[in-house]
Design a protein around this ligand. Structure first.
Ligand SMILES: CC(=O)[C@@H](O)[C@H](O)COP(=O)(O)O
Ligand SMILES: NCC(=O)COP(=O)(O)O
Length: 261
């Protein structure tokens, strides 16, 4: 454990871990040839403040996270942050598997994005995608990498995820984020709760992400059982522009803790 780690950052068993997605730091960095803001420095400051992991999504077009970022973060976490989890997201039929083979992160999250997609906006279509995914899941598992599949809140799809041999799902939470604070919140949240229950029933772990923020996070974690990790990037980095990385991470950790109070 890094001696500089904040004492309150120890992750209580049973509580949801926070994985900070640093895509948007890289996006800003890429707009000049100056190397700032530093992606590695952002990751280090978030971990120092109590984040339990770092997530990257190295898209094929290199719009934000690039190959060197993936390897620099792997080196940083491996050297100074052995207790932190490294999660690499992407489409395994594109560039993702090379990163998995070279880096062997703690977790890989399969996301069915096209190369030119504006952002991630849907989960896998199971059972239709199963045969394409089966060997890729098996290879990641053989490398000792936990596999999570990015999924829409569809309870009926959970047995197919388990049959593939994946370890977890990542609930795609954009529909929840859009409904949060409206009269549709409870109805939409019920779909996530049912999906989580179906995932737990077939032995899957549960992650969640996309458009989560410090306002909507607590309600989600209160309603959806078994969430082990949230990966949050866009809103968290936007908050950090105002509050700084450390106070922002502490705010998100407080939002998580309120769900279990
Ligand atoms: C899979 C997902 O929902 C996000 O992790 C994704 O990484 C967002 O990608 P952009 O940061 O490119 O919008
Ligand atoms: N998997 C979700 C993620 O890593 C970040 O999504 P967002 O918070 O940038 O929408």
């Amino acid at each position: 454990m890094n001696p500089l780690v904040a004492p309150d950052s120890r992750h209580d068993a049973g509580r949801c871990a926070l994985s900070v997605n640093v895509n948007k730091v890289a996006l800003l960095r890429n707009t000049r040839h100056l190397g700032i803001p530093s992606v590695s420095k952002a990751a280090e400051l978030c971990l120092l403040a109590g984040a339990q992991g770092i997530t990257v999504h190295p898209r094929p077009d290199g719009r934000h996270i690039r190959t060197h970022d993936v390897h620099e973060l792997a080196a940083l976490l491996g050297k100074d942050w052995p207790q932190a989890e490294y999660n690499i997201e992407g489409n395994p039929t594109q560039n993702l598997m090379d990163f998995v083979r070279q880096v062997r992160p703690h977790q890989v999250t399969f996301v069915p994005d096209s190369e030119d997609q504006f952002t991630s906006d849907h989960g896998w279509n199971l059972p239709a995608d199963m045969e394409r995914l089966r060997p890729l899941v098996a290879e990641c598992k053989s490398l000792g990498v936990r596999v999570s599949l990015f999924m829409d809140p569809v309870p009926q799809a959970m047995p197919f995820v388990a049959e593939l041999g994946a370890d977890r799902i990542e609930l795609y939470t954009e529909t929840y984020a859009s409904a949060w604070g409206t009269e549709r919140q409870a109805e939409v949240l019920a779909g996530f709760t049912a999906t989580a229950q179906a995932a737990l029933a077939v032995g899957l772990g549960i992650n969640a992400g996309h458009d989560l923020n410090r306002e909507n996070l607590t309600d989600f974690l209160r309603a959806v059982p078994g969430v082990q990790e949230v990966s949050i990037g866009h809103a968290l980095i936007a908050d950090a522009l105002e509050l700084g990385y450390a106070e922002t991470v502490r705010e998100y950790q407080r939002a998580i803790q309120r769900a279990y109070a």
